[in-house]
Design a binder for this molecule. Structure first.
Ligand SMILES: [Zn+2]
Length: 222
């Protein structure tokens, strides 16, 4: 669904586990698109076609799948990045992620083209589409989050869910690091929070008050 400007959010509605996705339309060279966390190609348990559904929803929004030019991955777990490998093969899109999660993508047959770390990422669509990358470890060592200052959107990956947080019991996970990451994110001015999964909620929290309340609930039990 188109939220505003060139920003689209695709909330996962299947029965199996898969992640939420978002897309910045035509913000790259030659009008190509930037996608964050395309998810599974096919979910493992119920065999739901995640990537096919994503491409269909993009088509519904008038966004051409073949013109994806860059995939940003919040982290290396397959429920976020399996489809990136297919997109890289099919559209020649580049993949950007943090070096510390690179191996997980390589196991799936993907290649990292751009290493992300703390800092600003510029697009060709003017400064209003500049994105801030924040290294936010804890759920995984190379987890990053993406903040869009112009619209005050935080793409939180598996750091923050609706009234809960990402797991820290996977290899390289750390609950101390996750707490520090969340404390840092809580200081941002956020009006829209896109969570990595639709756990207990579609996963797109809208409004500064609701976002603040969600942070307070999470931080009260940490
Ligand atoms: Zn994960």
């Amino acid at each position: 669904m188109n939220v505003f400007d060139n920003f689209h959010v695709y909330l996962w509605r299947g029965n199996d586990n898969n992640c939420n996705t978002c897309l910045f339309e035509s913000v790259l060279n030659e009008g190509r698109h930037l996608v964050v966390d395309p998810g599974h190609v096919m979910t493992p348990s119920y065999r739901e076609p995640g990537l096919e559904r994503l491409a269909q929803e993009m088509k519904h929004d008038g966004v051409d799948y073949d013109r994806i030019g860059l995939v940003i991955l919040t982290h290396g777990h397959p429920d976020h990045c399996e489809a990136a490998v297919s997109i890289q093969k099919e559209t020649h899109a580049l993949i950007a992620m943090h070096r510390a999660d690179e191996e997980m993508l390589q196991i799936l047959g993907g290649r990292v083209d751009i290493y992300l770390q703390d800092g600003m990422m510029e697009t060709v669509s003017g400064r209003q589409y500049d994105l801030q990358i924040l290294h936010s470890p804890g759920h995984s060592p190379g987890h990053i989050t993406v903040y869009w200052p112009y619209r005050k959107v935080l793409i939180a990956g598996d750091c923050i869910f609706y009234r809960s947080t990402g797991r820290t019991d996977f290899p390289g996970g750390s609950s101390n690091m996750l707490r520090e990451s969340i404390e840092r994110l809580a200081r941002l001015d956020i009006e829209y929070l896109l969570c990595g999964h639709p756990y207990g909620h579609p996963g797109f929290i809208q409004g500064a008050d609701d976002v603040r309340e969600n942070f307070e609930i999470i931080m009260s039990y940490y």
